[in-house]
Design a protein. Structure first.
Lengths: 294, 592
């Protein structure tokens, strides 16, 4: 990581005041992002914040970096295009449970298995907030919402099982009320080469207050950590076992393994192809192609 | 071609020949057609091919029709002069496509000659057993396509040396055995005693340009994108678009770029937009159903003002429709397919050669106007082979650049008085303020805004750049009489049949002009003035006449010019117009 001429400060990173509701968990995520980026001193112009649609997906407007606010569910493939075509950039994707696990669920699997180099923060609040209280893919059975007035009937997905199963090479879980832990998870995600995803429980104080109290000691819950001295972080089986715990389960890194990234593999092809014919211009290369059509 | 045939002997020689090869797709009839096309192209003869392929994995009836000619060949030929039938059903189904007096070669190992009253010459040749014998028995019936090629080469007195050179180039790369077997089959076919039919040789071509290429539309579209500066893209396989993505995937790394196979159409367009946002000219593409899936993201690219090339190789629709047949029914989808007012540019190539130049034009427009540009090609252009002069790359090559210059205090991502030029990530801001590119309605700095006056101004900004483009467009391609009875207005692959039909009608004494549009949206200004000089404006299109009686371009032209003389000639049979159909259609309209 190269160092910018002037040290990057949190002040430089701040943009518009967030439009989130008071006490929304996403404020803490934003603060944590400022902390970690400042600590790592990523060159300001090399940071790209990408998002789809949802409350949490408004993130790029609240950060003064290059940013792109895309359509619902497609932030990951968009970020894939950025990351692959511009390996010099640091690509961050922000979104919620609807954007990531529901409408964009297919892309999660594929960006993860391809091991695209990016950091993805899923602000999971177990509810659709921007559209005002509908059932989300992580809403527990029985919870009432505007689309489930009798209580949710569909089994929720288990985000951790889901994420580990995608083949993501870095999978962690944190809680927006645990700032130090969140900082640590984000930092490790950023430093991980490849697809790094952090499932971040972030409370919707408007529509689902108290959803994550059971993981918050200040609200009488328990913040139980993954024991990395005994956990085999390179084992998918061990990660899936860990993911079996009922919500909110354990916090920390579930899986971490260095595997070739798609960025490395694709650019290896580009470099090999160019090395095979080092002295020929693109124009002459196309002329050669034309010669074979004569 | 024997050197003794000077232009003086032209009356004794053949100027045009339509050869239809009918068999199954696994028999390699496409490669015979491809060899003939390449030969014709490289010996200054003109060529156009026509192919049907079944939408099965392997096998199924398939034809390849080659129209070879010494003048300009504009269409694949209404009727065949020569039919080569490999199987009974190929014979049964295609004998009717042969003109009276034409020759039918059939595989006497497979085909029983029918009792019929057609005035055609029948020649049975045991393709299957003769090829097996030539190669040495163990090769099954693999070489029979090359055997037939050798036979056709002898019958039409084609340039044997040149064609063996093309075969060597094609098979020599694989291994010596394959090449040796191919040459044995070719020689056996060449020596087969069918010369007594004494077919006339071709006259030397009138097209004297050196360096003529033979290729198909998808290949020329892909090479045009490379020449135009596209280096990144993504796609998802769908017929008949797939060959473009296959080619870009293997070619772009050589040019320092990459093409990604995405998990679905939505991801493909999103990846391409990501690369475009990053400062590259990027491309995605598909065929009809895939374009529908990409539609939301294309609307985003209009709103966010992203330079993006979207290729649509049209096929028969709606839904899965006719995946391997041709249709021009995605025009409205290309122009208007979106939620909201989402102006974008739509171009259509008229033939294989034009695919290259249309792609270059699309790259230029996308870059200059920071807009998505949809290229509407179709299955007919995509798969057929034509010969044309080699493009001059000194004139058309565009080296891609990545602009990461620092942006100053005056930088705004969405200025109201200028066309948007995005600052790609990686470019510094002298003021320390970085832009957000967005699909929310935004102000000049990219901040979300629902202010009524702002939305009105931004909608106008996105529209006016297309108006500016319309004002700069060149006059469309025009042939024939500048006023009179009929003006044909066409787009896409109907170009050849329309030109030919308009010539035939002129020979019948009618005053006919033909106009072919590459720029479908925006249309060039002043078309209405041209239309006013004709009694009838006929728009042939391979789409349905719809509830209101007009095809898709005709509907658009009627709404733009308010000219009631615009009428449609529609065809939805999954195959291209025959020249005869256009002549008859126009004659009927004239007689009303």
């Amino acid at each position: 990581m190269s160092t910018p001429a002037e040290p990057l400060t949190k002040k430089q990173l701040k943009a518009d005041h967030p439009t989130w509701c008071p006490a929304c968990g996403d404020f803490a995520v934003l603060a944590s992002f400022f902390n970690v980026v400042q600590k790592l001193q990523i060159p300001h112009e090399k940071i790209v914040c990408v998002a789809g649609i949802g409350c949490s997906s408004r993130f790029p407007y609240f950060v003064n970096t290059h940013g792109i606010h895309f359509i619902h569910g497609r932030a990951l493939p968009l970020a894939t295009g950025i990351s692959l075509s511009r390996p010099d950039l640091h690509v961050f994707v922000f979104g919620g449970d609807g954007d990531g696990y529901s409408i964009g669920g297919n892309h999660l699997t594929h960006a993860a298995r391809k091991n695209v180099n990016l950091s993805y923060v899923i602000m999971d609040n177990y509810v659709y907030g921007l559209t005002k209280n509908q059932t989300s893919p992580t809403t527990p059975i029985g919870r009432k919402s505007k689309t489930d007035p009798r209580g949710a009937i569909d089994r929720p997905i288990n985000p951790m099982t889901q994420l580990v199963a995608t083949g993501a090479t870095f999978v962690a879980r944190t809680h927006a009320a645990q700032v130090k832990h969140m900082n640590e998870m984000f930092e490790r995600a950023i430093l991980h080469p490849g697809f790094a995803v952090v499932e971040t429980l972030s409370e919707c104080t408007m529509f689902y207050p108290g959803a994550f109290d059971s993981g918050n000691p200040r609200k009488g819950g328990e913040f139980e950590l993954v024991d990395e001295t005994t956990q085999d972080l390179e084992s998918t089986d061990a990660a899936l076992k860990l993911a079996e715990d009922n919500s909110p389960g354990k916090f920390g890194v579930y899986f971490e393994k260095k595997l070739p990234t798609k960025n490395e593999l694709e650019w290896q092809w580009v470099n090999d192809a160019q090395a095979a014919a080092p002295d020929i211009s693109g124009k002459d290369l196309l002329r050669k192609r034309f010669a074979s059509m004569r | 071609m024997p050197e003794t045939h000077s232009p003086a002997s032209a009356p004794d020689s053949l100027r045009n020949a339509v050869i239809r090869l009918a068999g199954y797709s696994q028999d390699g009839i496409q490669s015979i057609g491809g060899f003939l096309a390449q030969l014709a192209g490289s010996t200054a003869q003109d060529v156009m091919t026509y192919m049907t392929i079944p939408s099965t994995i392997s096998g199924g009836p398939s034809i390849f029709q080659v129209h070879l000619g010494s003048g300009k060949v504009l269409h694949p030929g209404d009727e065949a002069d020569t039919l080569v039938a490999f199987y009974q059903d190929s014979y049964d189904n295609h004998l009717s496509s042969l003109r009276d007096g034409g020759i039918c070669f059939f595989d006497s190992d497979q085909v029983k000659e029918l009792n019929h009253d057609r005035e055609v010459i029948h020649i049975g040749v045991p393709f299957t057993s003769a090829a097996i014998e030539a190669i040495g028995g163990s090769a099954k019936d693999r070489g029979k396509n090359i055997f037939v090629l050798g036979m056709l080469c002898a019958v039409y007195k084609l340039d044997r040396e040149r064609i063996t050179e093309i075969i060597t180039r094609k098979f020599g790369k694989k291994n010596e055995d394959i090449l040796r077997n191919a040459m044995l089959a070719f020689d056996a076919g060449f020596a087969w005693p069918v010369h007594d039919i004494n077919h006339m040789p071709f006259a030397p071509g009138e097209n004297k340009e050196a360096n003529r290429l033979s290729s198909d539309g998808n290949t020329m579209l892909a090479t045009g994108l490379i020449a135009g500066g596209c280096r990144f893209g993504a796609g998802y396989p769908i017929t008949p678009w797939t060959s473009i993505m296959e080619m870009l995937r293997s070619e772009l790394p050589k040019y320092g770029g990459m093409f990604i196979q995405a998990e679905d159409e939505l991801a493909a367009v999103a990846i391409a937009i990501g690369a475009a946002y990053s400062g590259h000219l990027a491309i995605t593409g598909s065929s009809g159903p895939g374009l529908s899936l990409k539609t939301e993201a294309i609307g985003y690219a209009c709103m966010a003002e992203i330079p993006l090339i979207v290729v649509n190789i049209q096929r028969g629709g709606p839904s899965t429709g006719l995946p391997t047949s041709v249709e021009q029914s995605d025009l409205m989808q290309a122009i208007y397919g979106s939620h909201g007012d989402a102006p974008r540019v739509v171009l259509a190539p008229r033939d294989v050669e034009d695919c290259f130049y249309t792609a270059i034009e699309a790259c230029r427009i996308a870059r200059e106007y920071s807009t998505p540009v949809i290229i509407l090609s179709d299955q007919a252009i995509a798969t057929r082979i034509e010969a044309f002069p080699e493009p001059d790359l000194d004139q058309h090559w565009r080296e891609p650049t990545l602009d990461l210059d620092e942006r100053g205090a005056d930088f705004k991502p969405y200025p109201l008085d200028k066309i948007t030029r995005h600052a790609a990530p990686g470019s510094r801001s002298s003021e320390g303020k970085y832009p957000v590119v967005t699909g929310l309605e935004h102000d000049e700095w990219g901040h979300p805004s629902s202010n009524p006056q702002n939305h009105k101004a931004m909608t106008a900004k996105r529209r006016e750049k297309l108006v500016k483009l319309a004002n700069s467009l060149p006059a469309p391609d025009f042939h024939g009489d500048e006023q009179g009875d009929i003006l044909f207005v066409g787009w896409g692959s109907t170009y050849g049949p329309i030109c030919e039909a308009s010539e035939q009608l002129r020979r019948l004494g009618h005053k006919v002009g033909s106009l072919h549009l590459r720029h479908i949206h925006p249309l060039r200004n002043g078309l209405g003035d041209i239309f006013n000089r004709y009694t009838h404006i006929i728009v042939p299109e391979m789409n349905d006449s719809g509830v209101y009686g007009h095809g898709q371009l005709a509907t658009l032209l009627r709404s733009v010019t308010c000219n009631p003389a615009i009428q449609s000639l529609n065809k939805v049979e999954g195959i291209t117009f025959r020249v005869r159909e256009l002549v008859e259609g126009a004659t009927t309209i004239l007689s009303k």
